[in-house]
Design a protein around this ligand. Structure first.
Ligand code: HEM
Length: 172
């Protein structure tokens, strides 16, 4: 996967918990490049190992790491690089419905990118079934990211994992 995920995780851990914690995480993963850029290629298993090592070193669950990651990605990290995407969407619903297109188009020119894809199914006018397709198994990250989007737009979204491929999102 693109280095974007590990880079964001690294920034989050260093900023909130300190460089020494990240050094322990990176040592557990092993062979972690010293400089990671958003477009570096990081083998998928390194992303998984980094997430697992973060759980171990910080003593928190994958769900908690995913929620912290989603909050940091949306509200801090992506604001530095991708604020234009947020400026064009006026609420969480519009932003989330736009995400499949963003993942598809922004990675088209990135060599080796294999982005997740999303399908949207409305159960009623407030309840969205968010279908996640990826060769990775990172739906927990998607749940954390959607919660982060709710916080950004100041909307109290309810996000529930239904299966490894589906989330239920209830809008206010
Ligand atoms: C401006 C906002 C966003 C941008 C620019 C963006 C871009 C990206 C990029 C470039 C990747 C790496 C793809 C690859 O290496 O193949 C990625 C991964 C991912 N994105 Fe986003 N993303 C954004 C927001 C979101 C949101 C809101 C969600 C949740 C619905 C989301 C869900 C994910 C997940 C779960 C992954 C991990 C890879 C996987 O599951 O296969 N992203 N994103």
């Amino acid at each position: 996967m693109k280095g974007i995920i590990v880079k964001c995780l690294q920034e989050l851990v260093v900023e909130k918990f300190g460089q020494d914690k990240w050094d322990v995480i990176a040592a557990k993963v092993g062979d972690m490049p010293k400089t990671i850029t958003p477009v570096s290629d990081i083998p998928d298993e390194k992303d998984m190992q980094a997430l697992r090592a973060t759980c171990e070193v910080l003593g928190i669950s994958l769900q908690q790491v995913a929620d912290a990651f989603g909050d940091y990605w949306v509200n801090v990290f992506s604001q530095k690089y991708y604020s234009i995407y947020y400026e064009k969407r006026k609420n969480a619903r519009e932003f989330i419905l736009y995400m499949d297109h963003v993942h598809d188009t922004m990675t088209q020119d990135m060599e080796h990118a294999r982005p997740p894809r999303f399908k949207y199914e409305w159960k009623d006018d407030k309840t969205l079934i968010f279908h996640y397709t990826s060769h990775r198994d990172l739906i927990d990250l998607a749940a954390g990211l959607i919660k982060g989007v709710g916080k950004f737009y100041k909307e109290d979204l309810k996000v529930k994992k239904i299966s490894d491929k589906e989330l239920e999102v209830i809008f206010p």
